[in-house]
Design a protein around this ligand. Structure first.
Ligand code: ZN
Ligand code: ZN
Length: 336
């Protein structure tokens, strides 16, 4: 059935984000129609609004959503009408390449992405790919669950890449949507957390949520590198190339530098130090299916609930602008 929907659409490359009316299509083969409950606004949305070319325009944005399945298309067996599901950036992948078969679907060359190469879920109703939907608990509000589909998933993936052990120190660079969840997950894993961000507001917020240390970037070398003797892992969530050498300087020998935040700028650090200190540099993109299920299981147990602020769909254009300027605390979520 066709349904009248409202959605946050990017009209043209680098154009305005406009709230438009559209018809949500009947789900095609392998698709489901979802009545959206909530969708977070993510830095990737900001990135996509800045691209010179778009695979689809106008494009419905949004890729961290929670909704209720209303109808299923041909061949869908993993979810049924009435199920509450989490929708992620990874809409579908080929299922046959080495990456797909190795549980690394997020690196499949044939993947489709919600809110980028297919329409997203910043919409009252959406037709989405069924392949990677995950069932989510009913015990939490959709607004609290929504950021877990992207920010939580990606934060958990980064922590797994860092292989953090109890009592180790993790430094988190950028205390936004991902950073605050990564801190909860690191604490749950028994690690200590140092938060690095700019501005006393963000640092006070980090301490309020339980950061063991919270410092500005210019204090990192002295505080984390020298006083503490270095951290075991630096996770860089901030989309700033300038943060990378600072994160590097915080590491102890055999530490891991995990890069998550996307930036088109480049960075440099010493090859000699990387080699002599045995530093591991690892890019971390989204997460595995296990990571995603773990994130929702932890939320259901009451561990690591995201800090969210709810807004109506009409606020989306303004939220994307404010996120771009680094003005949001925790995660902004659209509730439908
Ligand atoms: Zn995202
Ligand atoms: Zn594949």
């Amino acid at each position: 059935m066709k349904i009248d929907a409202r959605a946050a659409c990017l009209q043209t490359p680098r154009g305005p984000v406009v709230i438009s009316s559209l018809e949500a299509d009947t789900p095609g083969p392998g698709e489901v129609q979802v009545r959206m409950e909530a969708c977070g606004v993510c830095h990737s949305d900001v990135m996509i609004t800045g691209l010179e070319k778009l695979p689809l325009a106008p494009l419905v944005l949004g890729h961290e959503g929670i909704g209720i399945v209303e109808a299923i298309g041909e061949g869908v067996t993993n979810v049924a009408p009435g199920d509450r599901v989490g929708i992620t950036y990874l809409a579908s992948s080929c299922g046959a390449c080495d990456n797909c078969r190795g549980g690394r679907e997020r690196f499949c060359l044939k993947q489709k992405n919600h809110g980028f190469t297919r329409h997203g879920v910043l919409a009252t109703h959406a037709s989405v790919a069924a392949q990677n939907l995950v069932r989510v608990p009913d015990s939490l509000s959709a607004a609290q669950l929504a950021p877990l589909s992207c920010a939580g998933w990606t934060a958990m993936g980064a922590l797994r890449e860092a292989n953090v052990q109890p009592k180790q120190w993790v430094a988190i660079f950028g205390f936004g949507g991902l950073g605050h969840l990564a801190m909860h997950y690191a604490h749950h894993a028994g690690a200590n957390v140092a938060v690095v961000d700019i501005g006393e507001g963000k640092l006070a917020f980090a301490r309020e949520l339980g950061a063991d240390i919270a410092v500005e970037p210019d204090k990192v070398k002295a505080t984390l590198g020298k006083e503490l003797g270095g951290v075991d892992a630096s996770l860089v969530f901030t989309p700033s190339a300038a943060a990378v050498p600072v994160a590097f300087s915080a590491l102890k020998r055999c530490g891991s530098l995990i890069l998550v935040g996307l930036t088109t700028d480049t960075y440099s650090f010493s090859v000699t130090e990387t080699v002599l200190k045995g530093i591991r540099v690892q890019g971390s993109y989204l997460g595995t299916r296990d990571d995603l299920e773990k994130v929702f299981a932890l939320a259901a147990e009451g561990v690591a609930k995201p800090t969210v602020t709810e807004y109506p769909l009409d606020a989306t254009p303004d939220l994307i602008a404010r996120l771009h300027q680094g003005q949001l605390k925790g995660r902004a979520v659209i509730s439908f």
